[in-house]
Write a protein that binds this ligand. Structure first.
Ligand code: CAA
Length: 696
């Protein structure tokens, strides 16, 4: 008997208790233990029923994702679930915590299901690029009908116990210890003369409009394949016998397993969890934090304050004047009303936050008790230095002083204080109460417990925190600036902003770079270009002015109604602004460039090559510790398609040698821009991948 499954008897019930912490993933040892337990119960005298239950936090969180991509080991889960279902004994699942993927499939292999009120069930495989592979697509529709099964398995959402009861996924809800409620429920079933009730013998679900279902799912999937695979498998449950449906599910599961999207999504799953685990923070206590001061209540500061308030912090917002303070309060309250409308907080919580947790002030002295101060003022070094000097004068010893700068040098900011060890960068993304990414920027003198405090804040705000070193733009904006430049070069050489946006949105980006620029405001890029020109361009560095002219004509993007696109018919109805192409053409004439055509494939290749090359420099220089840190930055802050795993996972999948060869080829025309990253050259020379660096 596997040590992962404990076997015990409660009268005529054999209890199989899974003990594979933390979440009872269905590893080979767990599957073997379940099989052994079922066989032992069937062979033992006096056993009338089997109860399957999980120890710890969950029933089963699903197949063991770490086993994916390796040769499958017996007993295979689909077979095991069938074996449980075929038992002549009554088999009951007592579900608590989560029953996800293979976990729900095991439960559906049981003949009856009882759940705790807080239990949640779901088929989240779609988020891993696969489909339920142990009968989930065949058994769930038999319980709920095809529509509900499709909705659950194509979204991967967690279904609460009450809804699961309504849908027929569980038979009863009972409060109490999972083993106790399971035993009581099984005893009741036996007393009532219950017999095995295999779902595989139930009627197939009624047919629905399958083409409409396919079309609806594809419209939402943005190039992700797995939701469409789920529809195919559920359709098979309605159109074939159970056995044939299972064969269809297996074939589709295998097809999904073989996709690059599966590799990308599983990389994202583990990287999302690994990204904030830093060896140097092991055992380091973060500083205590309950009061947060935010300096500057513009869009960013108000968003940061909102995020902190929604996570239970009290916030003091400092503005320069009572009028500016009121405007900041207005922005925060509007964000909070949005959270209330979306059901993120209750009316009582909303009232308590607005009345008690938020204070708006104009005097720095009001920040003296704050544990953490986040500066979000105008992006100019001299202004930031003034703020930090004032913070240094009033803040209590040990307070963490953070800057939300998106590219300025944190070391220089820290140098104006008497306590550079307490200074750190906390780079939020706008809107800060919505976007998941937080770059924790560690300066030369930042104390380790201040770093730990940055990560602790990220965790408490439910963000994905990535450690970054100091450089212009840190991880994300530095890489963004490079791939944006690659897009600008393609425009000079003949592509249009609309072709580029379309090619990249087809690749899976939430928005193409020019639509993003319109959203952020074209004046931002304009200011950066002016700054770079003032610092001095390299002799062979390419430059262009058509975008400056757009801004000078008053077209600053969405906020003025026009940028690369014209938004007069609404923000979503993106119509090319007719002023743009003539400006680009004029620039090509001025620079004596004869334009050429770009295919979508070439656009993606050049854009991604620029992104990967800069990312490799960022990792090589230690600005990002691991390739996965870059991947998570782009995924959570820049709309990179999750199903591609991140730029460096994408690069591993398409092959580093081909990518380097392309970069060298592009460098023949523009050696200034296309300088291959030493780390990329090294990996190619050694036959290694970026992922190899994640493992070390
Ligand atoms: N396999 C392997 N490890 C898993 C796992 C799984 N299915 N689910 C969670 N873990 C690990 C996590 O990697 C994490 O490990 P570390 O502590 O080493 O980082 C640990 O368990 C705890 O997980 P979380 O940090 O995510 O804890 P949480 O409380 O925030 O969330 C959870 C728990 C809701 C179960 C979440 O982990 C989750 O959603 N897991 C994935 C569930 C899933 O996708 N199941 C389907 C698997 S595929 C399948 O079952 C295919 C099939 O049909 C046969």
């Amino acid at each position: 008997m596997s040590s992962k499954i404990a076997y015990s008897r409660q009268g005529d019930i054999a209890v199989l208790t899974a003990q594979n912490p933390p979440v009872n993933a269905l590893s080979q040892a767990v599957r073997q233990g379940l099989l052994d337990g079922v066989e032992r119960a069937e062979a033992e005298d006096g056993v009338k029923a089997i109860l399957i239950v999980g120890a710890g936090r969950a029933f089963f969180a699903g197949a063991d994702i770490k086993e994916f991509g390796k040769p499958p080991l017996e007993p295979h889960l689909p077979w095991l679930v069938g074996r449980i279902e075929a038992s002549p004994l009554v088999v009951v699942a007592s579900m608590h915590g989560v029953s996800l993927g293979g976990g729900l499939e095991v439960a559906m292999g049981c003949h009856y299901r009882v759940a705790q009120p807080s239990a949640r069930v779901g088929l989240p495989e779609v988020h891993l690029g696969i489909i339920p592979g142990a009968g989930g697509t065949q058994r769930l529709p038999r319980l709920t009908g095809a529509d509900a099964a499709l909705e659950i398995a194509t979204t991967g959402r967690h279904v609460g116990a009450a809804e699961a009861l309504k849908l027929g996924i569980v038979d009863a809800i009972e409060e109490g210890d999972p083993t106790e409620i399971g035993v009581a429920y099984t005893e009741k079933l036996l007393a009532e003369g219950a017999v095995p009730r295999p779902i595989c013998e139930m009627h197939a679900p009624a047919a629905i409009d399958w083409s409409a279902a396919h079309a609806a799912v594809e419209a939402r999937a943005r190039g992700q394949l797995s939701p469409g695979f789920v529809v195919e498998a559920v359709q098979a449950s309605a159109e074939h016998s159970f056995e044939e449906g299972m064969k269809a599910e297996r074939a589709i599961f295998r097809k999904a397993m073989d996709t690059d999207q599966r590799k990308g999504l599983i990389h994202a799953f583990f990287s999302e969890r690994a990204v904030s685990t830093l060896p140097e923070l092991k055992g380091v206590e973060p500083r205590p934090m309950s009061q947060i001061g935010v300096i500057g209540g513009g869009t960013m500061g108000a968003g940061i304050a909102t995020a902190a308030l929604l996570s239970g912090f009290s916030v003091t917002m400092l503005e320069m004047s009572p009028e500016a303070g009121e405007a900041a309060r207005g922005r925060i309250e509007s964000n909070l009303s949005g959270a209330l409308k979306r059901g993120k907080i209750s009316a009582e919580q909303h009232a308590a936050i607005v009345e008690k947790a938020l204070q708006v002030v104009t005097d720095y002295n009001a920040l003296k008790d704050a544990d953490l101060l986040i500066e979000a003022v105008f992006e100019e070094m001299e202004i930031k230095k003034k703020v930090f000097a004032q913070l240094d004068a009033v803040c209590k010893p040990g307070a963490v002083l953070a800057s939300n700068t998106s590219y300025l040098d944190i070391n220089e900011i820290a140098s104006v204080t008497s306590r550079p060890e307490d200074v750190i960068g906390l780079h939020f993304f706008s809107p800060a109460h919505v976007m998941k990414l937080l770059e924790v920027v560690v300066a030369d003198k930042t104390a380790i417990d201040v770093v730990a405090t940055g990560f602790d804040l990220g965790k408490r705000l439910r963000k994905i925190s990535v450690r970054a070193g100091v450089c212009d733009g840190f991880i994300g904006n530095r890489i963004l600036s490079t791939y944006r430049t690659a897009a600008d070069h393609m425009i000079l050489d003949g592509a249009s902003p609309y072709e580029i946006d379309k090619a990249l949105e087809d690749f899976g980006f939430a928005m193409g770079p020019f639509a993003v620029a319109d959203l952020a405001g074209l004046d931002i890029g304009y200011a950066v270009r002016k700054r770079k020109r003032a610092e001095g361009l390299q002799p062979n560095e390419r430059d262009s002015h058509y975008a400056d002219k757009l801004v000078e004509h008053g077209h600053k993007g969405q906020k003025t109604g026009k940028g690369y696109y014209d938004y007069s018919a609404g923000m979503k109805a993106r119509v090319p602004n007719p002023d743009v192409l003539p400006l680009i053409k004029a620039e090509r004439v001025e620079q004596d460039i004869s334009s050429r055509e770009f295919t979508d494939q070439e656009i993606v290749r050049r854009y991604m090559a620029a992104m990967v090359n800069e990312a490799a420099k960022v990792v090589g220089e230690g600005i990002a510790r691991r390739p996965l840190d870059v991947d998570m930055t782009l995924l959570f802050g820049y709309g990179f398609p999750r199903y591609r795993g991140g730029p460096l996972k994408w690069a591993d999948i398409v092959g580093l040698d081909g990518l380097l060869a392309d970069i060298n080829r592009y460098a023949e025309d523009d050696p200034h821009f296309w300088q291959p990253a030493p780390l990329l050259e090294q990996l190619v020379a050694e036959g290694k991948t970026f992922d190899d660096l994640n493992q070390s």
